[in-house]
Design a protein around this ligand. Structure first.
Ligand code: CP3
Length: 350
């Protein structure tokens, strides 16, 4: 079944998808990682009394929360409201998202038997995702929907550490010291990520983002040897659907070229990397980024001046999607993001 969005010419012709395809745009498209969520009072109100993972499985809530930032800011793309651990939960891994902490896994993965106990993902595991995406695509009209998944390394880190980690020490210990377990785990979660992205694209998502948030913890050589082949596998499977693929991580300046080569159409650039350098390392691909997310706490004129620089440098890229260099910080004033969106649209209009 072809994705619904590919049949809608207005979505196909949107500034966001044009930039991702490196075509001329009417203005620089903008969206914000973590635009749906805790920085919005209407989100906090809607979420009252419902846990994060319950919310992700309830299409009424997913549709409304995904639409909230689109209505409020007029951003050029919606990001599907979910979490990178949701597909694991859906196949039966015992985990939860603890407020203020993040994903917590009851029985961290250590052995081959632990890996074997994780089922592969089938569309039936995530029928609520199919339902949510289909309804969203109907409601969004000309605004594209970005589906997403966690990349194998970042998801492995939660599974092996059992929760958030600063040094990813157990994960790297497995990578260095138990290669057969590492490979089995990467094979399993690469398959889950690809299948989960395919479900979103089949239901109508018109782009995907692979979040390898913690890949910056790896040396270039270890990334190339132990992680890149698996992320490549995921991105290649999605490449077959024809939708643009964004590949993003934090602290990944030294591996941006490899993240592009993994099969990205758009390389996500964090705020540490000068955008000029990001564009060069992306090797002819489009780029996404990269305003420091803390600039929203600066005076508005300071934030907008820095945004102007990002837009100007972005013009020299084959394609540029304006975004923050990482997710919206929960304490962000939504009015600052509204001003930022309008400003990027105005200064980039052509
Ligand atoms: O607007 C959006 O970006 C949509 C949805 C989204 C969420 N998580 C919702 C969420 C997306 C794309 C993610 C991805 C995600 N989740 C990543 C990759 C992106 C990144 O930021 O690097 C990672 C590493 C996670 C894991 C995770 N889930 C963390 C670190 C946290 C924060 C824990 C905390 O409370 O500080 C979560 C929880 C989470 N995911 C929330 C939301 C809205 C907060 C839950 C709540 O509202 O209480």
């Amino acid at each position: 079944m072809p994705a619904a969005s590919t049949t809608d010419p207005a979505v196909h012709d949107s500034a966001f998808l044009r930039a991702a395809r490196r075509e001329p745009v009417p203005h620089t498209p903008v969206w914000f990682m973590r635009q749906a969520g805790r920085s919005l009072p209407e989100y906090r109100k809607l979420r009252e009394g419902t846990t994060m993972l319950e919310s992700c499985m309830e299409p009424d809530l997913v549709v409304e929360i995904t639409l909230q930032p689109v209505r409020r800011y007029g951003v050029d793309a919606a990001i599907f409201f979910s979490d990178i651990v949701l597909p694991l939960k859906a196949v039966g891994v015992d985990l939860d998202i603890t407020p203020g902490v993040g994903p917590v896994v009851a029985h961290p993965v250590e052995t081959l038997a632990d890996v074997a106990a994780i089922p592969d993902l089938t569309p039936a595991h995530v029928d609520f995702v199919t339902a949510s995406v289909q309804r969203l695509v109907g409601e969004l009209g000309a605004t594209p929907l970005i589906g997403f998944a966690g990349a194998p390394f970042t998801v492995a880190s939660y599974l092996v550490e059992g929760g958030p980690s600063k040094d990813h020490a157990r994960t790297k210990a497995m990578m260095f010291g138990a290669p057969e377990v590492w490979e089995a785990l990467m094979r399993k979660i690469s398959g889950i990520a690809a299948a989960y992205l395919e479900v979103q694209v089949d239901a109508g998502a018109s782009a995907v983002q692979l979040f390898d948030s913690w890949a910056g913890a790896l040396s270039r050589d270890d990334y190339a040897r132990h992680v890149l082949p698996w992320s490549t596998q995921v991105l290649e499977r999605i490449g077959a659907t024809g939708v643009p693929r964004i590949h993003f991580g934090v602290g990944t300046g030294e591996i941006l070229d490899l993240m592009g080569e993994a099969g990205a159409d758009v390389v996500g650039v964090d705020w540490r990397v000068p955008l000029e350098a990001g564009i060069a390392r992306a090797g002819g691909r489009a780029v996404q980024g990269n305003l420091d997310p803390t600039l929203v706490f600066a005076p508005t004129e300071v934030m907008l001046e820095r945004a102007r620089e990002v837009v100007e440098v972005g013009r020299s890229a084959p394609g540029h999607v304006f975004n923050l260099g990482h997710g919206v910080i929960p304490a962000t004033d939504p009015d600052q993001l509204a001003r930022l969106t309008d400003f990027v649209h105005e200064v980039s209009a052509r």
